[in-house]
Design a binder for this molecule. Structure first.
Ligand code: ZN
Length: 219
C-alpha cells in the first residue's frame, strides 16, 4: 500500500513537473520569465507538505522536469539537484495560507510597469473586462478585482510576513504584485494557476496600455 502511494506520488509529481516545464518555456517565449527570472511550483503531497519547485538560476526557455527540486514544509530540499529559489518562502506561504495546489511567479514588463505606477495606492482595481471571468469564482465582467501591490524586499522572511498580512486583508485576491518586480498567482491545480496567470498578465497589459493611450498620470 505504502509502495502504491509512493508510486502514485511519483507519477503525479512527474506530471506536475512536465506541465510546469512547458508552462515555463511558454512564459519565456512570452517575455514573462526572461534572464532566468520567475519560478514555478506545485504541491505533490499535502500531508506531509512537499512542493516541487524550479531550482534557482535556470533559463526558463529550456526548462525541463529534471530542473525541479522537491522541498518540505521548511524549504529543505528532499529530492533533486541545485538550490531552491530565494522566493521559495512565498511559494510555501501560498501553499499553506491559500491552500494553493500550484504557484506561478513571473517578471513581465507590464507587471513591472503597472506595479510602479500604482505603488502609492498599494494596489488597484480591475473591473468591467470579460477576461475577469477566467478567474475562479468570477461569474460576470461586472466584477471588481483588487490586485494588491507589496513593496519589494530582499529579506524573504520579512517579505513573507508582509505578504501573509496582505493575503489575510484581501481574501478574494487571485494574485498580487511585488513592486518593480513581478506577479504572483496561484490555483487549486497547475491548470487553474496557469489560467489565472494568463488572465492576470492579459489584464495587466490592458491596464498598462490603456493608461498609455489615455496619457493619464492620475495615480
Ligand atoms: Zn521574482
Amino acid at each position: 500500500m505504502a509502495q502504491a502511494t509512493q508510486q502514485a506520488l511519483a507519477l503525479e509529481s512527474t506530471a506536475a513537473e512536465a506541465f510546469l516545464s512547458e508552462l515555463g518555456r511558454n512564459c519565456h517565449v512570452r517575455g514573462w520569465a526572461l534572464g532566468t527570472s520567475g519560478n514555478f511550483s506545485a504541491v505533490v503531497s499535502r500531508e506531509p507538505l512537499v512542493l516541487t519547485i524550479t531550482a534557482t538560476g535556470l533559463d526558463k526557455g529550456s526548462l525541463s522536469p529534471e530542473h525541479f527540486l522537491r522541498i518540505d514544509a521548511s524549504g529543505r530540499v528532499v529530492e533533486g539537484l541545485g538550490r531552491p529559489s530565494a522566493e521559495t518562502a512565498l511559494h510555501l506561504l501560498l501553499a499553506n495560507v491559500r491552500r494553493a495546489g500550484a504557484v506561478l511567479h513571473t517578471h513581465s514588463v507590464w507587471s513591472t510597469i503597472v506595479s510602479e505606477f500604482y505603488a502609492n495606492a498599494h494596489g488597484f482595481w480591475i473591473e468591467g473586462y470579460e477576461m475577469l471571468k477566467g478567474l475562479e469564482g468570477v461569474k460576470s465582467h461586472i466584477h471588481r478585482e483588487w490586485l494588491p501591490i507589496i513593496e519589494n524586499d530582499q529579506d524573504m522572511a520579512r517579505l513573507a510576513g508582509v505578504v501573509e498580512s496582505e493575503l489575510v486583508r484581501c481574501p478574494n485576491a487571485h494574485g498580487f504584485l511585488l513592486r518593480g518586480h513581478g506577479l504572483y498567482t496561484w490555483g487549486e491545480s497547475p491548470e487553474q494557476a496557469k489560467r489565472h496567470l494568463e488572465i492576470l498578465e492579459f489584464l495587466l497589459e490592458v491596464v498598462g496600455r490603456t493608461r498609455t493611450l489615455s496619457g493619464s498620470t492620475g495615480r
